[in-house]
Ligand binder design. Structure first.
Ligand SMILES: Nc1ncnc2c1ncn2[C@@H]1O[C@H](COP(=O)(O)OP(=O)(O)OP(=O)(O)O)[C@@H](O)[C@H]1O
Length: 303
């Protein structure tokens, strides 16, 4: 059982095809719902034969009759494209990384995709913020930065990094995993590393490579999202990003004082953590243009 395998030096997807949706029960027993997103539900499941627990993301899509004409407003192909892209990114483009969710199995019927993932605890960054201190905050933030850098090296921009898309492997909240590649974009021109000779021409039409917001997508989107996450870690709470959309002098001139609860807790964090916030944080804190990922990685707080 494995979604991602290598045949010689080439990547390929191993998919189990199901004759009907009921057949999924021969492989996995659904235990309960872990979460619900725009494209379906994610369940905790148990493998029928070996009893191991996993998370199973179930995504239904419109059946697309061969030759059917789809309108742009109700484009059934769009659902298929999004699901397909997530499968290819997780299966083929990315090698394993300890801080990126690992795909375990992939099953498909005529109208549903079942993506089986390693199971995380029901803890996400939101649960971590209040207990973060300089040491743990630095460790977790470094994991997320390194995993994001790894994505970028393989040409993948996540595009949806936020508190609920970073889960923890267990309740100790010491090991994090980035999940949900539904909005991710693959940009072959950005890739400096290629896994198992992945050749995008074999897997994508060039049009299918575009994300929902492709024209604006780039590493800066993820770096900005990391800046927001860092702000939340330092503040010890989820922060409303809209409050920090303008630089400090402008915000203060408009009388928008910021709640003390949203300010970095400098009695807990090193001055270097604040310095990194001034590099990648929201406009309110930032001193200049967003830096490159390399500069973030080598920042003294993380080095
Ligand atoms: N591997 C996992 N282990 C445990 N829980 C998970 C796992 N993957 C997803 N979940 C839970 O299921 C929820 C939905 O998963 P995910 O974000 O991947 O789905 P989605 O349909 O793309 O959601 P969205 O519309 O929010 O982007 C997550 O927020 C999380 O609570």
């Amino acid at each position: 059982m494995a979604g991602r395998e290598r045949e010689g030096n080439h990547a390929f997807i191993r998919v189990k095809f199901l004759n009907g949706n009921g057949e999924i029960n021969r492989y996995y027993r659904r235990l309960h719902v872990l979460g619900e997103g725009g494209y379906g539900k994610t369940y905790e499941v148990e493998h029928v034969r070996n009893g191991r627990r996993y998370a199973m993301k179930v995504q239904k899509f419109e059946r697309v009759a061969p030759g059917a004409v789809a309108t742009s407003s109700t484009d059934p192909f769009e659902d298929v494209r999004i699901i397909y892209k997530e499968m290819v990114i997780l299966n083929l483009i990315l090698p394993r990384h300890r801080n990126i969710i690992n795909i375990k199995d992939l099953l498909m019927s005529v109208d549903t995709v079942y993506i089986v993932l390693e199971l995380c605890a029901r803890k996400c960054l939101r649960n971590f913020y209040p207990i973060a201190n300089n040491r743990s905050g630095r460790r977790i933030f470094k994991q997320i930065v390194q995993a994001t850098h790894f994505l970028h090296q393989h040409g993948v921009i996540h595009m949806d990094l936020h508190s609920e898309n970073v889960l923890f492997t267990d309740d100790t909240m010491t090991e994090s995993k980035i999940i949900d590649f539904g909005l991710a974009v693959y940009k072959p021109e950005l890739a400096v590393r290629v896994h198992a000779n992945f050749n995008h021409h074999q897997w994508f039409d060039i049009d299918d490579l575009s994300g929902l917001i492709q024209d604006y997508s780039g590493p800066h989107e993820d770096i900005q999202a990391l800046g927001h996450i860092l702000h939340c870690i330092l503040a010890g709470t989820e922060v409303d990003p809209e409050r920090f959309e303008q630089p400090r002098p402008e915000a203060e001139a408009e009388g928008e004082g910021v709640t003390p609860a949203y300010m970095p807790r400098m009695h807990i964090f090193d001055r270097e953590a604040k310095d990194l916030l001034e590099l990648i944080g929201p406009e309110y804190f930032r001193r200049g243009a967003l830096p490159t990922m390399d500069r973030v990685l080598t920042h003294p707080w993380l080095a």
